[in-house]
Design a protein around this ligand. Structure first.
Ligand SMILES: [Zn+2]
Length: 270
């Protein structure tokens, strides 16, 4: 009986060993497929809630940029049905959920005023998905059980709103539901570096990542404080410096992309 029980306990470990695209090993207790189902379900819920309203013209703008970035991902990630939506929220923020669901707040467009600056944010968020950071966080925080039971609850439609908000936050969209659950410093650094390279490969200027985070630092929120995205993204000064150092190395990647005809021209829909 005990042996039988141990088998159940060990079963999740079969999916626990994984490696990031950057070569770091990570703990994943929830299979990709389930994380993707949860991401899609959470996104549908966000679109349906009366706390959030979708802005179609800005959604199309974000979708155009996401499509250009996704075209440069490995096939496994291109296969997802990537969808971008803009939500009418003043707080400048963005997120990407497992399953390829991307959200921006319209308030972000006051800070990311050019296509390339918005691409810097979206590439960073897409990198969180490709590095499976949400799955890793859900596993690390022992939310795996919550994730699994919520997947069942979605089928049965009886998850409590608090559980759903916590899970959405764990997936990476905390500001939208008011539960702050920042990614770790290691996750942020990975997303910064991978995101900046992704944008260069897609034909967006990698220097725009530096401009964007400087603008974010200069921006103040509605209550006269810096945007919360900075408090969930550690050490803004250090990250700007790291991004700036990479610009020259990524310059040839960017120029090659432009020469190959990757010249995204997304319009903000004003
Ligand atoms: Zn991040």
């Amino acid at each position: 009986m005990r042996r039988f029980h141990a088998g159940w306990v060990l079963a999740p470990l079969l999916v626990a060993c994984a490696t990031t695209p950057g070569g770091r090993s990570q703990l994943l207790l929830v299979p990709d497929e389930q994380m993707e189902q949860l991401g899609v379900a959470a996104f549908e819920r966000m679109k349906a809630t009366d706390r959030l309203s979708v802005v179609p013209a800005k959604s199309a703008y974000a979708q155009c940029i996401v499509d250009a970035l996704v075209a440069e991902l490995p096939p496994r990630w291109r296969r997802l049905r990537w969808e971008a939506q803009a939500f009418a929220v003043a707080e400048p923020n963005a997120f990407a959920l497992p399953g390829g669901k991307v959200g921006i707040n319209t308030g972000l467009l006051r800070v990311a005023t050019t296509q390339d600056e918005l691409a810097a944010v979206l590439a960073h968020e897409i990198a969180h998905v490709v590095y499976r950071h949400a799955g890793e966080r859900v596993s690390q925080q022992q939310l795996a059980g919550v994730g699994l039971s919520l997947a069942q609850a979605y089928a049965g439609r009886n998850a409590s709103p608090d559980q759903v908000d916590l899970l959405i936050a764990a997936l990476g969209a905390g500001v939208q539901v008011g539960v702050l659950l920042p990614f770790s410093r290691a996750h942020e650094t990975e997303a910064d570096l991978a995101g900046q390279e992704l944008m260069a490969r897609a034909g967006f200027d990698p220097a725009a990542a530096v401009r964007l985070w400087k603008a974010m630092q200069a921006a103040t929120g509605s209550r006269g404080r810096p945007p919360r995205i900075l408090s969930t993204h550690p050490d803004p000064g250090q990250r700007i410096e790291a991004l700036a150092q990479r610009v020259e190395r990524l310059r040839p990647v960017f120029e090659q992309a432009r020469a190959a005809g990757r010249r995204p021209a997304c319009r903000s829909g004003d």
